[in-house]
Write a protein that binds this ligand. Structure first.
Ligand code: NAD
Ligand code: MG
Length: 383
């Protein structure tokens, strides 16, 4: 029996994780769960799974949960408590499914404590890639990717990476794939969040529409698989059936396919190196009308280009890119800036922010805060 701690349990990945766990209750126990402020969502989870701990970030929400939760669950509040459940001696596996840079500290706590980290929070690697990988090596923590493309590559590399030439991350192209660039200035948050294939949280949905999600994934892949950005390509595949490719020097190309449902990658991270049922329907290729592939339009998807730029600049640039993106996406969701302003704000922030060496988690967090301030100064003046 493995004790599972789910950070970000009320979100899209968190709920899919609970769905997979519910199918294997003799293998996994939900030990601890967390959410930002959705105490009702967390209460539901506590009633169904009876965890030992439930953590909220918001004090008022934590008070309400305390009054309503079954007695075997201890309710805690704040960042230190999040780190405590991530590194608790009774936690075996940690699902890191908080959105944004808010997830990095708890991922690091889990890494320090040598846990299996099922990593959905790609920002942990984007912000602190080398630090996190080194920390995991030292402690013996396992990092199993949950991002579908990275899970695919991880699965394809099970036989080793000897002779690897390059990898290719597939991208759906998001809801605006066939919308001309000139029409993108007037698209709304609800159009941007209406992803054709995946049901996801709002932030990552907007990132899919700008393709910053793929940009962050290129950075994530470079740290996870130890590759240079020149070895990582992006290919647009609107159906999201093929989940990335690995090219080898003998002409072989390996790939992993499946319906677009995150439970496959989540289930694999839980059961690795075994496999188990996940609830995902079997793929029937005769029912798929076609599988299409094309190169991304870098002019239209400026954010993807900016992510490659950030890797080239190196040091703190990926962290700065991510912070500026989080600020810009939030402003877009609140109708404070327009869709095309997102890339402009990120570009300006990358130019203005200092490029510095980040060798501790504290310096990463300081750079994140500084970059947020700089990005914030461009909101409302992004023309
Ligand atoms: P979501 O918005 O649906 O859920 C986010 C979760 O994090 C919620 O439980 C929320 O309460 C919690 N949270 C939000 N802000 C927080 C804060 N400041 N402190 C603590 N907790 C906070 O997001 P999601 O779509 O489930 O994505 C989660 C992560 O997984 C992201 O990093 C995303 O990039 C990654 N990811 C998601 C998908 C997907 O299909 N949804 C696929 C690949 C990777
Ligand atoms: Mg992905």
């Amino acid at each position: 029996m493995k004790n599972i701690t789910i950070l970000g349990a009320t979100g899209s990945i968190g709920l899919s994780t609970l769905n997979v766990i519910s199918r294997h209750l003799n293998e996994y126990r939900v030990f601890a769960v967390s959410a930002h402020s959705d105490w009702k969502g967390l209460l539901n989870i506590c009633k169904n799974h009876r965890p030992s701990f439930a953590v909220l970030m918001d004090e008022a929400a934590a008070e309400k949960l305390k009054q309503a939760v079954p007695s075997e669950t201890e309710v805690l509040c704040g960042k230190d408590s999040l780190n405590a459940i991530a590194s608790h001696k009774n936690t075996d596996f940690v699902m890191a499914a908080i959105v944004g840079s808010a997830g990095i500290s708890s991922t690091f706590s889990a890494a320090k404590a040598g846990k299996r980290i099922m990593l959905a929070n790609k920002e942990s690697l984007v912000l602190g890639g080398t630090l996190l990988i080194n920390l995991a090596k030292k402690s013996g923590a396992e990092i199993i990717p949950v991002d579908s493309e990275h899970s695919a590559i991880f699965q394809c590399l099970k036989g080793g990476s000897d002779g690897l030439n390059k990898i290719q991350l597939t991208a759906s192209g998001g809801p605006f794939l066939d919308v001309p660039f000139d029409e993108l200035h007037s698209v709304t948050p609800s159009q941007a969040c209406d992803h054709p294939n995946w049901k996801m949280g709002k932030k990552i949905s907007v990132d899919s529409a700008t393709m910053m999600n793929k940009g962050l994934e290129v950075i994530e892949a470079s740290f996870l698989f130890g590759l240079a950005s020149s070895e990582i390509e992006v290919i647009v595949h609107p159906q999201s059936i093929v989940h990335s490719f690995v090219y080898f020097n003998d002409g072989s190309v390996l790939s992993q396919l499946g319906l677009p449902d995150m439970r496959s990658a989540i289930s694999y991270a839980l059961s690795y190196p075994r496999r188990q049922s996940s609830g995902v329907k079997e793929l029937d290729l005769t029912k798929e009308s076609s599988l299409d592939f094309r190169s991304p339009d870098m002019k239209k998807y400026k954010c993807l280009e900016l992510a490659y730029d950030a890797i080239a600049i190196g040091k703190s640039a990926p962290c700065t890119l991510n912070a500026a993106n989080e600020v810009a996406v939030e402003a877009f969701l609140q109708n404070k800036v327009r869709f095309l302003d997102i890339a402009k704000i990120i570009e300006k922030t990358l130019k203005e922010a200092p490029t510095q060496h980040l060798d501790t988690l504290e310096s990463v967090m300081e750079n994140d805060q500084l970059s947020r301030k700089i990005a914030q100064s461009f909101i409302g003046s992004s023309d």
